[in-house]
Ligand binder design. Structure first.
Ligand SMILES: N[C@@H](CCC(=O)N[C@@H](CSCO)C(=O)NCC(=O)O)C(=O)O
Ligand SMILES: [Zn+2]
Ligand SMILES: [Zn+2]
Length: 191
């Protein structure tokens, strides 16, 4: 019998619903000494499993769980001196803890459909009630992370079994946001 596909500890036993009245929380990195803390005001949106190789995931996970919040709802409140931007040329400016390696926040600052949004990992917070993952993105990219191509049927089946849709890019809503931005920029779409 083929082994159960383990995607990420946060969803492997089922996806827990978020709370409608959730007010936010604080993300804490994995350092025991002087952890980096990032405060998020309010709920996140577009929470998703991401199969790409760029998003932070815990040891053994094959997908990340990553959501977005408006950048002005995100503040570094402790030990920000431990953060460094992994790739200044990337769309998502992933600020990682230089000691434990956890990605604490990833604002989009360049001219892009996601400008003004910050990508973050709600599992770094002790608070409960964050929005549940809504879909899985960049699923084919797990192959680049080391998953054998012949396991992809099982990976996608497990994602569907959890009640979310697997996509090989972002969700239709997020792809539409990017294309709307591009169409306005080129002048094809006039408001
Ligand atoms: N095959 C590549 C895909 C990397 C990628 O494009 N990742 C997406 C999703 S990240 C969160 O959903 C992306 O938008 N990246 C922008 C960025 O990383 O700045 C791979 O697996 O590496
Ligand atoms: Zn750390
Ligand atoms: Zn990703």
């Amino acid at each position: 019998m083929p082994a159960t596909v383990l995607l990420h500890p946060l969803i492997d036993h089922g996806i827990r619903k978020g709370a409608d009245d959730f007010v936010g929380g604080t993300l804490v990195c994995h350092c025991l000494d002087k952890p980096v803390k990032v405060e998020i005001k309010g709920q996140v949106t577009h929470n998703h499993a991401c199969g790409c190789t760029q998003c932070w995931k815990p040891e053994g996970a094959i997908v990340a769980i990553v959501a977005v919040a408006p950048t002005d709802h995100v503040s570094v409140v402790a030990n920000g001196d431990k953060l460094a931007v992994l790739n200044p040329a990337a769309t998502i400016l992933r600020h990682a803890c230089k000691v434990c390696g956890v990605h604490m926040h990833g604002p989009v600052e360049k001219d892009h459909g996601f400008r003004g949004l910050t990508f973050l990992h709600t599992e770094l917070s002790r608070e409960e009630g964050w929005q549940a993952p809504q879909f899985a993105a960049f699923v084919s990219s797990v192959i680049e992370g080391g998953v054998k191509p012949d396991r992809m049927g099982a990976v996608r089946a497990r994602i569907r079994e959890l009640g979310i849709e697997p996509y090989d890019c972002l969700s239709p809503t997020l792809m539409d946001m990017q294309s709307t931005f591009a169409a306005k920029k080129s002048g094809v779409l006039v408001e």
